[in-house]
Design a binder for this molecule. Sequence first.
Ligand code: SF4
Ligand code: FE
Length: 505
Amino acid sequence: MVLRTGEEYVNAIRHRNKVEIYVMGKEVKDVTEHPFLKPSVLAFKATYDAAHEEDSKSLGRAWSSFINEEVNRFTHIHRSPEDLAAKVKLLRKISHKTGACFQRCVGWDALNTIYVTSRLMAEKGKKEYYERFVEYLKYVQKNDIALAGAMTDVKGVRTLRPNEQPHAYLRVTQVTKDGIYVSGAKANITGIAASEEIIVMPTRAMGEKDKDFAVAFSIPLDTESIKVIIGRQVNDGRRLEEGEIDGLPYRTNHEGLVIFDNVFVPMERVFMLGDWQMSGILVEIFSSYHRQGYGGCKSGLGDVIIGAAYNLAKQIGVEKAPHIQNKLNEMVLLNENMYGSGIAASLDAVKLCEDGCWWVNPMFANVTKQLVTRFPYEITKFSTDIAGGIIGTAPSEWDLKNPKLKPYIEKYLQGMMDYSTEDRLRMVRLLENIGFSVAFLIESVHGAGSPEAQRIAINRVYDYEYAEKIAKYLSQTEKRIEFKENAEPWRSTDTEKLANNGGQK
Ligand code: SF4
Ligand code: FE
């Protein structure tokens, strides 16, 4: 089962034990056939296919020293800065194959995060988490499991701590010698219905009184007393139309609210229990990993939008106009900035433990995500400008398929004769469905932590005092300076120093 094919993954999801998943109030029998979730399963499937397709298999596979076999990179523990860069490249590539958020990266980032945190705890003498985790990792790699990562709690009133509003944070309600019981909910969990297992992590730095909330574990989705409620997205009703132009062909992602109603977790799946001091570090490590990844997947979607805008410009004969070329050029600059930053976060990685534990550069990872909160909106704006108002007004595919209307639509929406009206409508829909999607806009702002979380992280790394010293020296308001060895005016990229506050709001 190491290196499953996409088909094997879909079959496994289709034939798994019963899971309790709801879409628009109704329980879903088979996610692989449900029109609302099928596009999401297909996007997830692409992460399996990528390990087999000629153009992507060198990025899509990696060597695991844990099981001494080649594994799908989505289950791999990064062993070098180049491994981290390969992640960003792979995500850009799979965006081209799906035009969607393909959802599997969250579980991958969670896997790497727990690897690092359990190693750090082992180095301080608490070895059981690491030992359990390595066994779990081997199981995941051998079976090429589809993982979701669950970090965000519902959080209720943001000024209250977990112990002041226990229902708002997932918590341990009972510990026995065999395992733990947990209750609570995790929100906005990407790809949950298409996953087989969830890795659950704490959402913020915890104090001593919050130790019941400092818990990390993994659990199969088909465990009793877990319920999933899938959220809505813009244009999601189109999936239910089962058309072939307007909605269904687009692979999409979904997010869900996952409810844990006194769920039992066996002890061998518990990777943190009451270690409140580690909670903020874990959040910091996870969020930086995921922020780095956005440099790949969002630039990949950017390529799709640039391509669609270029094609639509050609379809109406304006692709050589200087102002169109300037706009396309701006889109490329914005896009490559996001990507370049993700690559920098990878190649300038930080080594957190003796035999590896390669963590992304936290400054560049946070800068990447901060760019991603802004640039996709700019890219979509330029593409809207190029495409014209038709992006918001085009007739539906059902109009095009109506024989009474088809000749009129074909006549009046025709552009250059090299393209049919259907070509134009297809491209308009592609641009609309991706350029205005949750994956490209809303998730770009709030996924992997809202913009303020990155500003806090950036401020923690950047040493304003040192920058001021440089300015004072050059203006000769101070006569002497002791230059640091490093070129960057950063305090530290040490996780413990960075984690006082946790990575998220
Ligand atoms: Fe992967 Fe990007 Fe989706 Fe996150 S937003 S799961 S990094 S594709
Ligand atoms: Fe995300």
